[in-house]
Write a protein that binds this ligand. Structure first.
Ligand code: ADP
Length: 161
């Protein structure tokens, strides 16, 4: 398949699960825009600039990826970038209800834009940005769950020396 896909999310911070979805998306679409939501409702740990910096660093060797940010409705951003597809990741059943609601609402708002769901490798299907932050707060390493650059930023932010 060709075309432009947008993968929107909070990415606070990016995990190996998000990365798995980005790599899979790049095998299907020509251009994948990873779009950081300026989602203040979630009170992110990292600023938008910090989240962008981490995303840029860990995707720098993946061709076809662009990192950007948006405010407001994801569907408006998707339109503004002339994309046809929204990519979302689906983990365990717990993601399903929320993702179904979002996908159906987005379809109502813009029929021509399709939502594509991808499942990560089984080893990442229990992984979330929140659990990674919790593990670091409790003093353990998250090196199996995030790229090394992200682990460093987490340690600096949560456990400053
Ligand atoms: P949001 O606030 O939009 O849910 P997230 O950064 O938490 O932002 O997630 C962005 C997208 O990535 C969502 O579709 C989410 O289901 C998916 N995602 C999050 N963690 C994983 C993971 N470990 N494996 C696959 N998809 C994931």
């Amino acid at each position: 398949m060709k075309g432009i896909a947008v993968y929107p999310g909070t990415f606070d911070p990016i995990t190996n699960g998000h990365l798995d979805i980005i790599v899979r998306s790049c095998e299907i679409f020509d251009h994948v825009i990873v779009a950081v939501a300026q989602n203040i409702r979630k009170s992110p740990l990292f600023s938008v600039d910090e989240r962008i910096e981490m995303l840029k660093e860990v995707t720098k060797n993946i061709p076809g990826v662009e990192i950007d940010t948006f405010d407001g409705l994801a569907i408006n951003y998707v339109f503004s970038r002339n994309a046809e597809v929204i990519v979302r990741g689906l983990r365990a059943v717990s993601d399903f209800e929320y993702e179904l609601q979002m996908a159906l609402m987005n379809r109502k708002l813009a029929e021509q834009i399709k939502t594509v769901f991808m499942m990560p490798s089984a080893e990442y299907s229990f992984l979330s940005s929140s659990i990674v932050k919790e593990i670091v707060r409790l003093g353990r390493s998250v090196e199996c769950f995030v790229p090394p650059f992200v682990e460093e930023q987490l340690q600096k932010k949560i456990m400053p020396q």
